[in-house]
Write a protein that binds this ligand. Structure first.
Ligand SMILES: Nc1ncnc2c1ncn2[C@@H]1O[C@H](COP(=O)(O)OP(=O)(O)OP(=O)(O)O)[C@@H](O)[C@H]1O
Ligand SMILES: [Mg+2]
Length: 314
């Protein structure tokens, strides 16, 4: 069972698509990164997942329950931190938590538990009005965790935090699945951030999914190999003549674009180089960053769009 499963979810605002035909599958028990630039549709999607906004089309299942048909059951045990958390500024942090605790009918001990998780300390007794942005984020996260949710939806939780706060929040998020025994769905526009905290990711652009998969698989694709050599240009010429896709990057690095699962090709390239008198001192698979993938995904999308345009012209 998936923590979140959507089929064809679509939301259209006046004259623009916010989310188009989104199929999401979020595995249980891990951190899932929901990536996309500003305006990609992250918040809109999360509001639909929380039943705050009705999709124009498609279906949503939360922990196996259909959100449209069994809303209350589906949203039981779901905690959320959505853009610009609404806190009561004239109350203390503790009093804010107390309000939600009362509404949910939870034991008093819950307050200390969540305050402890976000490490609020004595600041919990101050008025929220006097809080910094980072403290507000922590309080909002504490509130989202009341009642030990099985699923936490966090919309850009590191927004507005200072570098120290960002590091602390990331650490907290990474530990959350173990602490709550559940799933964390976290949105961000920062690729490097998601790379550090999530096991699985989905990349959204203009309301459409352009990439999804496990961070490990996406980043450890062994399609590109760098050879440390003494004469990169000669090496590139040897490999190109043998029908391989290779290029020199400066004098001492040669990059080979191998076919998928191309370790055989790497062995062959090494042999050709050595036989051709090029000294090879190191061979390493090039680890990609999410940033590379993101830009690749965006450029392939552009090609698709321009094809459509051509069709219209034709
Ligand atoms: N209530 C609304 N009415 C009209 N358009 C909206 C509304 N809410 C969002 N949009 C539009 O839908 C698109 C997606 O917005 P959304 O807030 O979901 O993006 P986002 O990925 O959360 O962006 P950000 O990173 O800036 O938070 C945007 O083009 C936005 O202008
Ligand atoms: Mg947003």
């Amino acid at each position: 069972m998936f923590a979140i499963e959507t089929r064809g979810v679509t939301k259209r605002f006046v004259r623009r698509w916010a989310v188009e035909n989104l199929d999401l599958r979020v595995p249980t028990g891990s951190v899932f990164g929901f990536l996309g630039p500003n305006g990609a549709g992250k918040t809109t999607t999360m509001r639909m997942l929380l039943g705050l906004l009705r999709p124009d089309d498609g279906s949503i299942r939360i922990m196996g329950h259909d959100l449209a048909k069994h809303r209350e059951v589906a949203l039981t045990g779901v905690g959320a931190l959505i853009e610009s958390a609404s806190l009561y500024e004239h109350l203390s942090g503790r009093a804010n938590l107390e309000l939600t605790r009362g509404l949910l009918g939870l034991p008093r001990s819950e307050i200390e538990r969540v305050l402890d998780v976000v490490d609020m300390g004595p600041a919990a007794n101050q008025l929220v009005r006097a809080y910094s942005m980072g403290m507000k984020q922590r309080l909002a996260l504490a509130r989202a965790m009341l009642g030990a949710p099985r699923l936490l939806l966090l919309d850009e939780p590191t927004n507005g935090l200072d570098p120290e706060g960002i590091v602390a929040m990331r650490k907290l998020i990474r530990e959350l699945p173990d602490r709550i025994g559940g799933t964390v769905f976290v949105s961000s526009h920062l690729l490097t951030e998601v790379e550090q905290i999530a096991q699985d990711v989905c990349l959204l652009r203009a309301g459409r999914m352009v990439l999804e998969g496990s961070v490990h698989d996406l980043l450890n694709c062994e399609a590109q190999w760098d050879f440390g050599v003494d004469r990169a240009e000669t090496g590139a010429a040897i490999l190109t003549a043998a029908g391989m896709d290779a290029a020199s990057l400066g004098q001492r690095i040669l990059r080979l674009n191998a076919v998928e699962g191309g370790s055989e090709q790497v062995v062959q390239a090494n042999r050709l180089l050595v036989e051709g008198g090029v000294a090879v001192c190191v061979i390493s698979p090039r680890k990609r960053s999410l940033e590379d993938l993101y830009h690749d995904a965006l450029s392939s999308e552009v090609i698709e769009i321009s094809n459509e345009e051509e069709k219209h012209v034709a």
